[in-house]
Design a protein around this ligand. Structure first.
Ligand SMILES: C[S@@+](CC[C@H](N)C(=O)[O-])C[C@H]1O[C@@H](n2cnc3c(N)ncnc32)[C@H](O)[C@@H]1O
Length: 449
């Protein structure tokens, strides 16, 4: 048996010893030949609703279960941290302890990643033009490490070792959280149980629930849930359109169940969300072909600079931006989905940016956004914006598609090309549609009459 398979076996033995159950219809599979690490497959036919495995809450690794929370002074520090920071610190600590409860789990987690966070400059250059580059956030992450976690690490030399619990380990743990963690709803359930204990009858509870609007409900869930590592549940890979299992958060245990019939030998897939290839690559280090969720982003700055009449003053541009932000029409970027449709808010912003000073002040007086129009002048501007956006990629789709056939490509190069080609094809589709709308639009028709 390979070391890889031995580690998988030790991990499953550890799970079962700690009260997990694993159905005999599933097995862990070595998928390294597909660059997919481990995955889970069906070894027997599975029916929709079947329990695949059940995990007692004590095996979850979080800021509540880590040994770090039992060290009085550190516990207080943990409680003061927010976002991913407490879990990152717990993972940095637990991953380096030989006697950690989670050792068999850490032994099967990867230590290297194919996400752009770890790429060198040469590989990153391949992503030029895509939205991935601006979202990697390596510097921000390192600022968090240096300003928030390092002081805690330094002030507890008996718990941490600055040389071991360093920025490299920080990136490994951060990447694991990004690609493997779950949002555990336990705290939300606790709140609901407490509501019940408060002796509210059902009608009262319903009336109270109706009073809370949806947004505040979401906020509470966000606040009350906790990020946790869920061993085994994170063994499932993702494939767009193939999701056949889901994790159910029960009070005593987390249960992975089939949400479709699954045939023996088929892989069992969770879903990481409806993600475009840029996001799959950035967060998880792989891409899906094809990916119906692909999108392309156009920065608000590009639209502003192309949209405003030449010679517009900075003051006027700023006034237009402020107005559009206040009206919630403008964002950091506009998203074009895989159907290539130009979003109405992009049309509206282009209209406002194109206005003369006088037109703009009249509109400001009315404080009313224009309706999205597809007139010839607007579509000409949209075409100019899409063309400029296409120019941000190095090379054309045809060149990229040709390169994709080169068998000596590295995985990073291949994945970059898939992201780039996906984005450029959407842009071309949008451009074709804009050109067709331009040619057949109302103004052109009028001109031809
Ligand atoms: C939640 S983990 C799944 C378990 C993982 N395969 C392992 O061996 O630890 C997420 C990671 O699995 C890999 N992965 C998931 N789905 C994949 C896919 N369709 N193709 C390639 N890799 C995939 C990626 O490395 C991703 O970051």
């Amino acid at each position: 048996m390979s070391e890889f398979d031995k580690a998988s076996d030790t991990f499953v033995t550890w799970l079962k010893y700690n009260g997990a159950t694993v159905a005999d219809s599933v097995a862990i599979k070595d998928l390294r030949s597909q660059n997919a690490g481990r995955g889970m497959v069906a070894v027997k036919d599975i029916k929709e609703g079947d329990l695949l495995f059940s995990l007692p809450r004590k095996i979850l690794l979080s800021e509540e279960t880590s040994e770090l929370a039992n060290i009085p002074d550190v516990k207080e520090k943990l409680q003061q941290l927010d976002g991913w920071s407490p879990l990152i610190l717990c993972m940095m600590y637990e991953s380096q302890r030989e006697q950690s409860f989670w050792k068999p789990y850490f032994d099967i987690l990867p230590k290297e990643f194919s996400t752009p966070m770890f790429w060198d400059q040469k590989d990153l250059k391949e992503l030029a033009g895509t939205s991935v580059i601006d979202k990697i956030g390596k510097e921000d992450a390192e600022t968090l490490y240096n300003e928030t976690l390092l002081p805690i690490i330094k002030s507890h030399p008996g718990v941490f070792d600055e040389k071991v619990h360093n920025v490299d380990l920080f990136h490994v743990c951060g990447s694991l959280i990004m690609a493997y963690s779950f949002h555990d709803e336990l705290a939300v359930r606790k709140r609901q149980e407490n509501d019940e204990k408060d002796n509210l009858d059902e009608a009262e509870a319903e009336a109270e629930a109706e009073d809370e609007d949806e947004d505040s409900d979401e906020e509470e869930e966000e606040e009350q849930g906790i990020i946790a590592m869920v061993p085994m549940a994170d063994m499932l890979n993702h494939r767009t359109g193939f999701n056949n299992a889901r994790l159910f958060h029960e009070p005593e245990a987390l249960q992975m169940r089939a949400i479709k019939d699954i045939k023996a030998q088929d892989q069992i897939y969770n879903t990481y969300g409806d993600l475009c290839n840029g996001d799959l690559l950035r967060k998880y280090g792989f891409v899906d072909e094809p990916n119906e969720h692909d999108i392309v982003e156009i920065s608000g700055d590009l639209v502003l600079n192309e949209g405003c009449p030449k010679g517009s003053s900075e003051k006027e541009k700023e006034a237009k931006v402020t107005f559009l932000l206040e009206e919630e029409a403008l964002d950091d970027c506009f998203v074009i989905e895989s159907n290539g449709d130009v979003p109405p808010e992009l049309l509206v912003c282009v209209q406002v940016f194109m206005m003369s000073s006088q037109e703009f002040s009249t509109m400001l007086g009315k404080r009313k956004l224009p309706k999205p129009k597809r007139s010839a002048v607007i579509m000409d501007k949209i075409i100019a914006i899409l063309t400029k956006r296409l120019e941000q990629y190095s090379g054309s789709v045809e060149e990229d598609e040709k390169r994709l056939r080169d068998s000596s490509l590295s995985l990073n190069q291949h994945n970059s090309l898939i992201v780039k080609i996906g984005e450029q094809l959407i842009l071309q589709k949008a451009l074709n549609q804009a050109q067709a709308a331009d040619e057949h639009g109302p103004k052109r028709k009028k001109l031809r009459k």
